[in-house]
Design a protein around this ligand. Structure first.
Ligand SMILES: C[S@@+](CC[C@H](N)C(=O)[O-])C[C@H]1O[C@@H](n2cnc3c(N)ncnc32)[C@H](O)[C@@H]1O
Length: 211
């Protein structure tokens, strides 16, 4: 059972078996005084629910080593740790997101290892430690298209088996999809997907299956 007693239950949202802190949660209000995320990591983003919904139907094997890129508060990371029994690392360039990641994990009685790094920092040697790479709403600037595509190339070479990216449907995400389809036509899938928890949300999934 999640350790809910330390959190204000009125300001928790539930989706796909995990609890998420809302902006009005007293713990979040306190954290905001000390940690101010500044690259859009100031809340949980809905694309994460697409990954959760996809994984409900396409479960990870037990003990998969998962890296969430641009984890922010880490809803997808926490879901993988709590509901898919994965060993999860949450990577973000902005160290101010990690206190939120920590309380989200604590609210769900699981652990996510924080890793402060940029997409460009992740070399093959580090990527070799992971089976699956996920990311939700992380391809929102032009420069990120190339950063992520290059990271995917290194990840494939390092033996990462699967990459799952979710997005509301930005043009930068389309660009990334085009590059991936051209580079790895056999591994590439693009899906229109929707999540029904905590409410209906439509978006896209990019899946690269290198296995
Ligand atoms: C829109 S938020 C999404 C957060 C989280 N994935 C979610 O769905 O709630 C984008 C996240 O990517 C991180 N980010 C942006 N550029 C990055 C980079 N080059 N390397 C690592 N993280 C980055 C930001 O700090 C932020 O936490």
């Amino acid at each position: 059972m999640p350790r809910l007693e330390v959190f204000e239950q009125d300001h928790l949202q539930m989706a796909y078996g995990i609890f998420m802190l809302t902006a009005k949660n007293p713990v979040v209000r306190k954290l905001k005084r000390i940690a101010k995320p500044n690259i859009h990591g100031h809340k949980t983003w809905s694309s994460s629910f697409l990954i959760m919904d996809y994984l409900q139907e396409n479960r990870l094997k037990k003990n998969r080593r998962v890296l969430e890129l641009g984890c922010g508060w880490g809803p997808a990371a926490v879901y993988c740790a709590s509901q898919q029994k994965a060993k999860v690392t949450g990577l973000d360039l902005d160290e101010n997101v990690f206190p939120y990641l920590e309380v989200m994990a604590a609210a769900n009685d699981c652990k996510v290892k924080p890793l402060q790094a940029s997409f460009g920092d992740m070399k093959g040697k580090q990527l070799a430690d992971f089976d699956v790479v996920i990311g939700a709403d992380i391809c929102f600037w032009d420069a990120l298209v190339d950063d992520l595509f290059k990271l995917f190339k290194r990840a494939k070479r390092a033996g990462v088996k699967k990459i799952i990216l979710a997005d509301p449907g930005r043009s930068t995400f389309d660009e990334l999809c085009e590059k991936c389809e051209k580079a790895w036509p056999a591994a590439y899938t693009h899906e229109f997907w929707y999540a029904l928890e905590p409410k209906r949300f439509e978006g896209r999934l990019l899946i690269l299956d290198f296995d």
